[in-house]
Design a protein around this ligand. Structure first.
Ligand code: TTP
Length: 209
């Protein structure tokens, strides 16, 4: 998407969401920010012995920095780029997006009747540097049968999602409890994102001054 809307509160600043995720676009728009979207194309391979926390933070920062670096120099001066990454983690293992039904069955069988963590990192890149943080949410799933998982795969929902599920969709019924940030599980933590942007001088739809 290439439409650029200038932030009305600060005509010289531009916010860009470095993401192809429709969920992240919706969540950022929900807060009242005006922004453009530019997907970032980076290598998402996990480094040897890299911990999930370090991995998501590195990727969020790289996504943001990559899009900032692609901007013409004159634009870069006034631009702030938001990047994010979400991983589902079980027993320290990063469970990515499924390549096929077997992947989906393996992943959701691990999550069945168990607790896992969803780690979402956000990062804001500008000429001043890149700032980021990680939000961790604990999720407990009900018991899932193989038949249920196979039927879930056929809905098409798990395909583009970390951990093979979407809490905001059909998989909402798998979730017994959640401790942390619902929006972070969907892809963008609302509270932390607003804080990060406010620190950089952006305001959403709520003006207190
Ligand atoms: C766990 C979970 C993940 N997800 C999604 C959020 C992310 O879009 C995706 C995780 O993959 P990411 O690699 O974080 O993001 P992405 O490839 O979709 O987009 P981009 O890198 O361009 O920002 O999984 C849900 O929508 N619901 C969920 O419950």
């Amino acid at each position: 998407m290439t439409n650029v809307i200038v932030n009305p509160t600060s005509i010289s600043q531009k916010l860009i969401l470095a993401s192809q995720s429709p969920r992240r676009k919706e969540l950022l728009a929900q807060l009242g920010y005006q922004f453009s979207v530019q997907a970032s194309d980076i290598d998402e391979t996990v480094e040897k012995a890299e911990r999930a926390y370090d991995y998501v933070l590195r990727l969020a920062k790289q996504k943001a920095q990559h899009v900032l670096d692609l901007l013409p120099e004159a634009e870069r001066v006034n631009s702030y780029v938001l990047g994010s990454d979400t991983s589902v983690v079980f027993n320290g293992e990063i469970l990515g997006k499924p390549d096929n039904i077997e992947d989906c069955i393996n992943t959701l069988s691990l999550l069945s009747d168990n607790q896992h963590q969803v780690l979402t990192a956000i990062a804001l890149a500008s000429q001043a540097g890149v700032q980021g943080q990680v939000v961790t949410t604990e999720v407990v799933f009900k018991t899932l049968t193989k038949a249920e998982i196979s039927a879930y795969w056929l809905t098409g929902e798990p395909q583009d999602k970390a951990g093979s599920y979407g809490i905001q969709g059909i998989a909402g019924q798998f979730v017994k409890t959640i401790n942390g940030s619902y929006s972070a599980v969907v892809g963008l933590p609302l509270y932390e994102t607003a804080q990060l942007l406010a620190t950089a001088g952006f305001v959403g739809s709520i003006h207190t001054k």
